[in-house]
Design a protein around this ligand. Structure first.
Ligand SMILES: *[C@@H]1O[C@H](CO)[C@@H](O)[C@H](O)[C@H]1NC(C)=O
Ligand SMILES: *[C@@H]1O[C@H](CO)[C@@H](O)[C@H](O)[C@H]1NC(C)=O
Ligand SMILES: *[C@@H]1O[C@H](CO)[C@@H](O)[C@H](O)[C@H]1NC(C)=O
Length: 303
């Protein structure tokens, strides 16, 4: 107990650390692995040099592990887009206003790394790096506070969650999902896999079955920027309705483990479900496009 509460404080102290808390990213990756085509599975298992069922889950948090390193510093702004909107009065994301020209954002990052996955002139190593970023950033862009500028995406809003002092960003990254699923802190992979399998059933034949076609409506591989903008705009709308429905001061210092959690948990769940389902479709589009490229060129090399 003691050790795990220290770990919580340590994680919460890093700005934006472990977006979707690791657990969210791993869940999104398992969910995507349940939906990708066999051709995509084979392609990615080869590219990522891992032929187990954990080939995506195992790399889902890699992008968070490099963002604070010297090499990865240039990627630190790729995890979010800071919408300068005005919640709860008005929400909305504007690429020209909100994506930093010099340092980029999650929308430009998805565009860049999708393009790099498709670039046959890059080495397999560089395309593997691009795949790891794509897997991570599709997850990030579904966390509502990764699409919001207010108080550094909620990092500066201190709240209580089941009696623990945390910031609002961390609550949305981690605490809500972990409470919903009941995750033992040291064993995120097994719980994430179980949750992903449950959500897979909901998408196939449960409460999300009728929505899933709609979830893919914006996906257009010829226009990654519009695709990503549609996804972040949808998530950002929850900042006005659910994350800050009465503004930051209404929740500052307050306990969010009760009614607030009751409204937030379904949003976290549907956003994880959308992220995983969309990630699978996006990877399928990329791999299908690569197959078309390679069958129309003389190359017999499938990677
Ligand atoms: C595949 O990834 C999982 C999760 O990271 C890891 O435990 C396993 O050792 C990897 N297997 C191979 C063959 O690399
Ligand atoms: C695209 O990715 C490459 C490789 O990580 C990086 O060097 C470049 O800065 C990125 N470009 C943009 C616009 O994000
Ligand atoms: C996909 O994007 C391309 C490039 O912007 C556009 O020409 C095309 O109409 C889009 N397709 C759909 C189905 O929206």
């Amino acid at each position: 107990m003691k050790l795990s509460s220290i770990a919580v404080v340590g994680t919460a102290a890093l700005p934006g650390a472990l977006a979707w808390g690791g657990f969210g990213h791993i869940s999104v990756a398992y969910l995507a692995s349940n939906f990708v085509s066999p051709a995509t599975t084979t392609y990615l298992q080869t590219l990522l040099r891992n032929d187990t069922g954990d080939y995506l889950a195992g790399i889902a948090t890699w992008a968070d592990s490099v963002r604070y390193t010297k090499w990865g510093q240039f990627t630190s702004e790729f995890h979010f887009i800071d919408a300068k909107d005005d919640p709860p009065r008005s929400c909305g994301v504007d690429f020209e206003r909100d994506c930093k020209k010099d340092r980029g954002c999650v929308v430009s990052a998805l565009h860049n790394y999708t393009t790099r996955m498709l670039d046959a002139d890059l080495s397999a190593g560089e395309r593997a790096v691009a795949a790891k970023f794509v897997v991570h950033f599709v997850g990030d862009m579904h966390q509502p506070l990764h699409t919001e500028d207010v108080e550094r995406g909620g990092n500066d809003i201190q709240v209580l969650f089941d009696g623990r002092r945390l910031n609002l960003h961390h609550v949305w990254d981690t605490s809500i999902a972990e409470k919903l699923v009941g995750v033992p802190r040291q064993k995120p992979y097994e719980s994430a896999k179980r949750w992903a399998d449950e959500l897979t059933t909901e998408i196939n034949e449960g409460k999300y079955a009728s929505a899933r076609v709609d979830w893919l409506r914006s996906a257009n591989l010829s226009d990654p920027r519009s695709t990503a903008m549609a996804w972040v705009t949808e998530g950002n709308a929850y900042v006005c309705t659910t994350v800050l429905p009465e503004g930051p001061d209404a929740i500052r210092g307050k306990e969010l483990g009760n009614e607030y959690y009751g409204a937030a948990a379904p949003v976290v769940e549907v956003q994880i479900a959308r992220a995983g389902y969309r990630l699978a479709a996006w990877l399928d589009l990329i791999v299908a496009s690569l197959k078309t490229q390679s069958s129309s060129s003389s190359s017999s090399d499938d990677l």
